[in-house]
Design a protein around this ligand. Structure first.
Ligand SMILES: Cc1cc2nc3c(=O)[nH]c(=O)nc-3n(C[C@H](O)[C@H](O)[C@H](O)COP(=O)(O)O)c2cc1C
Length: 209
């Protein structure tokens, strides 16, 4: 027997785990302020949306809906968000910095995807599970974007939850919901941001056998 330290085997399972760890832990929120004006290619956008469609879904309801804004559409979205903010914000709570951001952010990202939850007619599945399924779909988009080095940001200003926003997107049933805006683009910087999380063990209880 040799005294050489043994190298852990690079078997297929270890490689797949390493790939999953890298993908999940490297995913980062990168906001439109830090996106370049380089356009997102149609084929990459299509892959991101296709992966969203592979999210888990209780009862196969597939409740996610995506409204994709590019080009001048982003300006129409920005204008609508600004006018909605003006409408729903009491005068003493109105903040001009927020108003300005609502107008500028959609135009700093190459693509903005308004995320919708379509409620099933027969409501067989609990609403919270439909929202959870849409969150999984957004996460799939974010993981895919990070895998290809793209910047992405899920934004949820309060106005996205209003009836006005839902209707403007064409989600006609009052039980449907808009769950936010997903901004997508290429990062301006070559440096990928560091992530930060607290201790995993603080969130886990290993129940005694
Ligand atoms: C459902 C949801 C809504 C979010 N909404 C906002 C938001 O409105 N504004 C914001 O700054 N970040 C928002 N975020 C992004 C978080 O700020 C971000 O995930 C967090 O800072 C951790 O960074 P990371 O995504 O790079 O790990 C949201 C994230 C989730 C899951």
């Amino acid at each position: 027997m040799s005294d050489e330290p043994t190298t852990p085997p690079l078997d297929a399972m270890s490689l797949r785990l390493a790939a999953a760890n890298a993908l999940i832990r490297r995913r980062r929120t990168i906001k439109p302020q830090d996106m370049s004006d380089k356009p997102v290619e149609t084929r990459l956008l299509a892959s991101i949306l296709e992966n969203a469609n592979w999210a888990p879904t209780h009862g196969m309801t597939e409740p996610w809906r995506f409204f994709v804004f590019t080009g001048d559409g982003r300006k129409r979205l920005a204008d609508f968000c600004q006018s909605l903010y003006q409408k729903v914000t009491p005068e003493k709570e109105f903040r001009s910095d927020k108003f300005e951001k609502l107008g500028s952010l959609p135009q700093k990202a190459s693509v903005v995807i308004a995320v919708g939850m379509k409620r099933q007619e027969i409501e067989k599945i609990a609403e919270i599970e439909e929202i959870e399924a849409v969150a999984c779909a957004v996460h799939n988009m974010h993981l895919t974007a990070s895998a290809i080095g793209m910047a992405a940001y899920w934004s949820t200003p309060p106005l996205v939850y209003t009836d006005e926003m839902r209707q403007w997107l064409g989600l006609g049933d009052p039980r449907d919901k808009c769950l936010g805006l997903f901004f997508l683009g290429w990062p301006e910087s070559d440096t990928w941001p560091e992530g930060k999380r607290g201790d995993t063990l603080e969130k886990i209880v290993y129940v005694p056998k």
